[in-house]
Each structure stands twice: as C-alpha cells, then as structure tokens.
Design a protein around this ligand. Sequence first.
Ligand SMILES: Cc1cc2nc3c(=O)[nH]c(=O)nc-3n(C[C@H](O)[C@H](O)[C@H](O)COP(=O)(O)O)c2cc1C
Length: 331
Amino acid sequence: MKTAITELFNIQHPIIQGGMHFVGFAELAAAVSNAGGLGIITGLTQRTPELLAKEIAKCHDMTDKPFGVNLTFLPSFTAPPYPEYIAAIREGGIKAVETAGRSPEQYMPALKAAGIKVIHKCTSVRHSLKAEQIGCDAVSVDGFECGGHPGEDDMPNMILLPRAAEELKIPFVASGGMADARSLVAALAMGAQGMNMGTRFIATKEAPVHDNVKQALVAASELDTRLIMRAIRNTERVLKNPAVDRLIEIEREKGARLKIEDIHDQVAGVYPKVMIDGDMNAGAWSCGMVVGLIHDIPTVKELIDRIMSEAEQLIRGRLTGFLDADTRKVA
Ligand SMILES: Cc1cc2nc3c(=O)[nH]c(=O)nc-3n(C[C@H](O)[C@H](O)[C@H](O)COP(=O)(O)O)c2cc1C
C-alpha cells in the first residue's frame, strides 16, 4: 500500500509504532521496521543522551530499515536536556522524529537542519494546524480512545479524524484505538494516510516487556481503562488496577485541590516496575481502550502482515462488494 506516509518515511506499510515509555526499546522498534512499518525508540526512556545514542546504534544493528525516535515534552520536575537528545538523534542518522506533549516549535530549526521529518502527536485540530504552521511534516492525530495522554477535549476519532481531514494540508495518521485491518481501513476512509498504534504493539512477542503485561492486555476488556490526573490537566488513560483505584479515591477526596504530590506514590517510577519486573499493581501505566480488541500475542511481523492482508480483503471484498452488489441490482 502506498500513501503519503509510506512515501514520507520511506516505509512499506502505513503503520507507525508510537513512542512508549519503557516499551519503545530497540527490540520493538527494529521488529516494527523490519516488518515494513516505522518503529520508534522512546527517547526519554534512555536516561541520558549518551544512552539514547547507544540504543540507536543497537537498533541500527538490528535493522537496516528506517526507524524513528520519540521526543516527549511533558511536564516534569527537571526538564531533560533536549538539545543533547536531538544531537544524539542527528548523529545517529535518524530521519524521523515523533514529537509529543508540548509544541516542538523551539526545536524545529535543529530538527529540520538535520533533514529530519517531524511527525507531531496532537489531540486536537487546533494543535494539528499549529504543527502544520510551524513546519511539521505530518501529524499523528490522537483520539480520546488512546492510551497515554488524550488531552482535555475528549474528542473521539470518529469526529476528530474527519475534522483533521477537513483542515489539514499535511498528511496525518490516525492514532488511538487502532488495532487491526478494520482500524486501518476506517482511518483511511476518514482521511488519514495511515495509522499509529501503541497498546496493540505491547502485546507482541518482540515487545521487550514482562509477560505479565502482555497477559494483562489479553485479559482486559474495553471497559478496563480509567482517566486519571484530569484535575491537574495532565489527563492520562491507564489500565485499571488496585493502585489506580486508590489514585481515583485520592482524586475524589482532593477534588480541584489535587496536586501531583498527592498521587506521587501511584505515578512516580512506575514504568520500570511494571514493564521490567511485571509488578502489575505498581501504579498507573498507560493503556488504550483498544485493549478490548487485543486477543493474542503475535510476532510484530504476523500482526502487520495480518493487518495488511485483511485490509486488502476488506477493501477489495467487503467494500467494493457492496458497490458490485448494488450495480448488479441496478443492471
Ligand atoms: C504504555 C504506554 C506508554 C506510552 N508512552 C508514551 C510516551 O512516552 N510518549 C508518547 O508520546 N506517547 C506515549 N504513549 C502513547 C502512544 O505513543 C500512542 O500515541 C498511543 O498508545 C495510541 O493509542 P493506542 O494505545 O490506543 O494505540 C504511550 C502509550 C502506552 C500504551
């Protein structure tokens, strides 16, 4: 399949693996890129720019296909040294960066000077337009369903994607709630040029996370995610567990007076405990509603091949089938 996104990133299939904290290591990024998608290393999971440079080098050893790096600009107690991270990305020969959180405007000159294509993840049309205006090459439009930070507008992709298509000139991928061929075909129908998946890629053989995480995703239903941190305008969609229940109880008690310190125990330092140690109740970790559509743990290649072959069947069979049946009736 050829779309503006496959052309932009020089990939075979219009499927991107979104940056994921303590999931987006070289193993997963290389598996996605080797399967024809765009794999992405999560920049800030590497504690220093030097470690990111090593992770990039490791990924180059595992694939000769293009892969990208995610740079997330989220509120943090001490800001990471972004210029040094960008230097590691540039020197690592990376040609695609996924930015997220706040606008990457400040860093666009450095990224563009290095010939890097920038895809910015946005949860609204206005932020997508801003991304276009500051020179981003593409947007990842992240609907309310998504795992991670869906923003504060609560706009599901059924509305957000066609609205983005109405307004944007640069290509965009659909993100949030994407799991299979149905997601891809629907996203294309709504004007996207591909899709970005997060949660679905965690439940794959190559995802370098504890098996407990994969099993939890297979076991969970679409009813098992919760929104947290709304009161501090840092809303995150996470998988429900006892620690999240406690967090929500604290949020109820504190109301609008909630401060990040109040929920420190449930959100700080959680990812290594969950993803590496498999301690499923260590705290809150991102997960999309799409978890209800995850029923197996295939290899990344099996997943991507299945999506692409079923997408073709859907388009050539089911969709044109409706038209052919209608033509026959008229004839
Ligand atoms: C466990 C997990 C960690 C994530 N960490 C990040 C991150 O560090 N930076 C980022 O930009 N997005 C992060 N995301 C969001 C994903 O890149 C992607 O946008 C999102 O998962 C898409 O929604 P989906 O889960 O429904 O596919 C994370 C998502 C998950 C599930």
